[in-house]
Design a protein around this ligand. Sequence first.
Ligand code: HSE
Length: 436
Amino acid sequence: MTESPDLNIALVGCGTVGTGVVRILQASQESLRQRTGRSLRLQQVVVRNIGKQRDVDLGTIPVSDDIQTVVDDPQIHVVVHVVGGISPAREDVTRLLQAGKDVITANKALLYAHGAELFALAGRLKRTICFEAAVAGGIPIISAVNTALTGNRIISIEAILNGTSNFILTRMFDRRETYDEVLAEAQARGYAEADPAMDVDGTDAAQKLSILTQLAYGTRVPLEDIVRQGIQQIELLDLLVAAELGYRVKLLATSRLSGERLEVSVQPTLVRANRAIGMTSGADNIISIEGDAVGLMRLSGAGAGQMPTASAVLADVVDYATGRAAITFQSILRLQHQRPVMLQPQEELSRRYYLRFTVADRPHVLADIADILGRHEISISSVRQDETDDVLDESGVARLVIMTHRTTEGRLRTADQEIAALSSVRGDRIRMPIAD
Ligand code: HSE
């Protein structure tokens, strides 16, 4: 499409993020014009429910509940598509590209599941897809990986990529609030996905890590190849014990070269309290990325929420308006021809671990668990159990925390199955790697 002085934008979705986008477009019109040399004009808005009250004034901008109005409008250059979920987002983006529109999306679930297909389509049609807001909210990590760090071989990415789960873990620890109370507040603040299960079970972070891994290493990692655990079973006790030992618990997303193989995981992890990742609190995200030339660098900030995510969308709008986005997208397409890095089998990931068991408070229980660990060559580094009440029948339980020396995920999984089968083991068993 030929560049005109006006950039005609359509917005599909006017929920939390869409509303933020409208606010910035309205508030920063003049500075955006100076930056881009173009007037950014919001020409159409498409929403699911036209009658819904919105906390932004759309003035005279036409609002429709049918995306066809955008598809059919030859004046629209670029569509900001901020609708979650896979369907109808996938069909919408396909139709928009086919109609000659470029697309800015914040939808990581869509990119994770159908990015390859949509990028290929965009490539064939000479269209552009921008997606800064899809990973880590307001933090410009997509831009960093796609442009500023391209002179590097990426050695590792260690990150907190889900604001909701970080908010939950931080508040549980700082204020001793329960998991359910904090989750409800994360939803009220607009951090959580429509289905917050994806935030707390590690799916959202794993989708974002998969997108980053593909950009950084050229390797597509499906969710089933990511060692993945959520935070649902973490209790205050785990956070307190970790703190006593000098750690914070974080839902850590890691993509790391180990020799020539890539280790990829999303797991609640014990991180040293004095490391930047350990100190990242609330809904903030952080990405600690190591390149062979740049060394270790970190980007941190708001990883979720209306205005930070809208800020990332606007970065795409500006990149698009100046023509930078099209150049970057072409280089992303060329990445597909890069030889991917092979994945390390999950069983071979090697770390130290925190293990927590709830067990019957009776003789030989600790010995049985230690025996199983020992037979699998898992060496214990420390054992912690608080004194329990002097209950001598089967109703007494003890909480046992074991820290191990370095071992493999495979050994630990096998040992865990044997431990689970012990009649003395009750309820959840927690297993968290330790990142030193
Ligand atoms: N639900 C996501 C989070 C929002 O909590 O990080 C940003 O993708």
